[in-house]
Design a protein around this ligand. Sequence first.
Ligand code: DGL
Length: 269
Amino acid sequence: MDNRPIGVFDSGLGGLTVVKKLREMLPGEDIVYFGDTQRVPYGGRSKQTLLKYVTQDIRFLLSHDVKMIVAACGTASAVALPHLTDTFDLPVLGVLEEAAKSALSKTKCGKIGVIATSATVKSDAYKNVIQSISPETQVYSKACPLFVPLVENGHLDSEVAHLVAEEYLEDVQDSGADALIMGCTHYPLLRNTIADVLGDGVSLIDVGEAMAKRVKGLLSEMDIASDKQTGGSCRYFVSDEVDNFEALGGLFLQSKIEGMVSKIDIDKY
Ligand code: DGL
């Protein structure tokens, strides 16, 4: 038993797609969330810069005495996970493997699409994980760099989001994939728009739920679950102004988070 919080981070709002599922599935766990809103987006950064940012993100979470880290960020998971698991002396979970397993359980034709940030696509990490489990599966990857700024600016179901999605998803449709990994945690916030463009023939994989199951499993395996069944708290921290995060985050989580978000100076970590 361990009542310390779980630390979760992303470059901004995207990791809330994982937090939402964690809260549903593990209502007794306390969560500390960090969104690096000052330095979002991560997806176009070099590996060196990303390593620096995510190391600082984790150091900040460690200052809250967390028992586990969830890198609720496809880019950090794709580019930095081995480095992070080597550097830090607590469990650090990334999102790739669970997404790959979910997509493999959904595809019937053996073709999986991956939409993600440029850094993630460049790393080939999703393709490598999928093909390490199922070598014959074909993987088609597409970088969608405008999706993150659309989400961070609240364009979830807007006409402009729809137009951008049509442009990006045309190649995915042409690839014949019948399962699509939303490989950046921001993208499930655009789920309605993406589903609308792709229609019913493509299963959309949002890694939030699979990650929450993985966290639950690991907490029990390691015997570090909270002894509370309900009433877990969630505190949110960002590296820029809180207003936008409070408004959009609250909308997405369907619960008010006003007064629960604090600004921190990430350069101190
Ligand atoms: N949500 C993150 C990801 O899953 C980061 C996106 C970004 O900041 O570019 O990749």
